[in-house]
Design a protein around this ligand. Structure first.
Ligand code: AMP
Length: 184
């Protein structure tokens, strides 16, 4: 049973790696960013509430993302495992997730920290050209990452759930290293 959480700054390659690995393992790739962008596109109540936060690089309020993760992990395909990409993004969300997984009998998750230096991730994000990838918003997302999300590295290391992969190498090299670390 593979249950993985992908951590790492925006632009470290989390989305690509999570997608590839999930496909390989035939488990769902659950990206809160993708779900929020889709909701924004469809202008659902969730999308309307999330819009201003996503557009400015701020974190969407916990309750919104927590509800969507709870709902998603309750779906039948999540019973065979999952990769969470972009959640949790702060300690309060990690505490919520830990309790949720216990309640729904899906504990045993491991955390992959895919790290890369700021200059590398900024260059990659600028090249990607998504709507929330303007230089100002990128800078803000990195700040939010360093202050809110990075503390999760220690949080999961203390719980002996942390695996680390160097995101500052080619996509193929990252995939290879990733497959090695999760095999243990
Ligand atoms: P991502 O695609 O993971 O980079 O997420 C894009 C944006 O969606 C972020 O900049 C946040 O505004 C929002 N978002 C995604 N996941 C979360 C989360 N777990 N908590 C709060 N906001 C989130």
């Amino acid at each position: 049973m593979t249950r993985l959480i992908f951590l790492g700054p925006p632009g470290a390659g989390k989305g690509t790696q999570a997608h590839t690995l999930a496909e390989h393992l035939h488990i769902p790739h659950i990206s809160t960013g993708d779900i929020l962008r889709q909701a924004m596109k469809e202008q659902t109540p969730l999308g309307i509430k999330a819009q201003s936060y996503v557009d400015s690089g701020e974190l969407v309020p916990d309750q919104l993302v927590q509800e969507l993760v709870q709902e998603r992990l309750g779906q039948p395909d999540a019973k065979s495992g999952w990769i969470l990409d972009g959640f949790p993004r702060k300690v309060t969300q990690a505490v919520f997730l830990e309790e949720l997984l216990e309640t729904i009998h899906q504990s045993g998750e491991r955390v992959v920290n895919l790290d890369a230096p700021d200059d590398v991730v900024v260059a990659r994000l600028l090249a990607r050209g998504r709507k929330d990838d303007s230089e100002e918003v990128i800078r803000r997302r990195l700040e939010v990452y360093r202050s809110e999300t990075e503390p999760l590295i220690d949080y999961y290391r203390d719980r002996q759930k942390l695996l680390t992969v160097n995101g500052n190498q080619s996509q193929e090299e990252v995939t290879t290293e990733l497959q090695k670390v999760i095999a243990f």
